[in-house]
Design a binder for this molecule. Structure first.
Ligand code: SF4
Ligand code: SF4
Ligand code: SF4
Length: 366
């Protein structure tokens, strides 16, 4: 089982201004930020690969386990227990979106086996927090909830073994390749694919420009389309939802174009003339990159997240701009009133004027 980092998918590779530390927060002993990029710590086992489930853009992956493949295989089986002893390497590889999607897509309640984890550990807290957030979201959009199991898992397995589908055959389909079934073994078995720091070369830079929606969001999107639509839509505090956001742009926006050019998923976009900022909340993975790069701090999280977005997604226009051609250079620019001269030409004019005045002073002219 190897841990792989697709550096081109990391928002830190997209901009040196990114402040994302989600992988480090999830696996502080195994992942560090070095030269502004995530780096595997040498000589450290990768603690349960919690970074895989934590990364908003799915930059981390495991060689022998795919959460996407697991999602479909699990639903096809009759097993409704998600356990490090039978079908996942660790519960932490599943993100909140996977958990919500599993609960929504399953007719039967899903049980998450926490019995392998030390309740005092950081990993337990992390997994519990994800389950809590998933259940919080579920309580607003459906009658389903995820259940947890803290007892010895054998008890649950006994019950499961009465199911027609055998655990063994399920495992055979679950892409685990029989490598390991228990977290302790998993921790020992997992190793970083390359224990090294990453650098940006030209092949990475060309990949960074590609917009990519993570699989977990595609799964959530598809699951929501098939789910029963609630009679009313709740609005919850923005800080209670960690994986998606709604935004607005204030009057300080200069239309510098950076946020919508670098948004990794295409949640922020514009038209051909760059005369507006569009936003699709269902494409936003709350990576915070747009906020980190916005120099005038003009893009903000909307107060209150509306669950209506889940069922009736909308593209909103956050800002519109008047685009005119510069009278000096002829290039299009964002016109904010006054002379029809683009900022670059204005700066050049100011510099020319400064040099001209200096020259006059040196000649003793007033
Ligand atoms: S985008 Fe993913 S890999 Fe990059 S810093 Fe954030 S969590 Fe880590
Ligand atoms: S919101 Fe900020 S980053 Fe985006 S175009 Fe406006 S000024 Fe630039
Ligand atoms: S809109 Fe901002 S927070 Fe959302 S995915 Fe794009 S860059 Fe990340």
């Amino acid at each position: 089982m190897k841990l792989h980092l697709e550096i081109a998918s990391c928002v830190r590779a997209t901009s040196k201004f990114s402040q994302c530390t989600k992988c480090v927060d999830a696996c502080p002993e195994s992942v560090q930020i070095v030269n502004n990029l995530p780096t595997f710590a040498k000589g450290t086992g990768v603690e349960a690969a919690a970074c895989v489930g934590a990364c908003p853009t799915e930059a981390f992956s495991l060689s022998d386990f795919s959460a996407t493949e697991f999602f479909f295989t699990f639903l096809e089986s009759k097993v409704r227990l998600v356990s490090p002893k039978i079908n996942v390497p660790c519960l932490s590889v599943l993100n909140i979106e996977h958990l919500i999607s599993l609960a929504l897509a399953s007719e039967e309640p899903i049980i998450l086996d926490l019995s392998s984890y030390d309740p005092e550990s950081q990993l337990f807290d992390l997994i519990e927090a994800r389950i809590e957030e998933a259940n919080f979201v579920l309580s607003s959009i459906s009658s389903k909830q995820l259940e947890t199991n803290l007892e010895k898992v054998e008890t649950v397995l006994d019950a499961e073994s009465k199911e027609e589908t055998s655990r063994r055959s399920f495992l055979g389909n679950a892409s685990l390749k029989g490598v390991m079934k228990h977290k302790r073994v998993f921790d020992e078995a997992v190793e970083a694919e390359e224990l090294r720091s990453f650098e940006l070369d030209s092949s990475v830079i060309s990949k960074i420009k590609e917009k990519h929606l993570p699989d977990k969001r595609k799964i959530l999107f598809t699951t929501l389309k098939r789910a029963e639509v609630p009679e009313t839509f709740d609005v919850v505090a923005t800080e209670d939802i960690s994986f998606i956001s709604q935004k607005y742009v204030d009057e300080n926006c200069t239309n510098c174009q950076i946020c919508y050019r670098i948004c990794p998923t295409g949640a922020l976009s514009s038209d051909k003339k760059f005369s507006l900022i569009h936003f699709d909340a269902m494409l936003c993975v709350k990576c915070h990159l747009c906020h980190d790069v916005c120099e005038p701090d003009a893009i903000h999280l909307q107060e209150g997240f509306e669950f209506k977005e889940f069922f009736e997604p909308q593209q909103r226009t956050l800002a519109t701009f008047t685009i005119k051609r510069c009278n000096e250079c002829g290039n299009p620019f964002t016109y904010t009133g006054g002379e029809q001269t683009c900022p670059r030409c204005l700066i050049e004019e100011e510099e020319a004027m400064f040099l001209h005045n200096n020259a006059r002073q040196m000649r003793g002219e007033s």
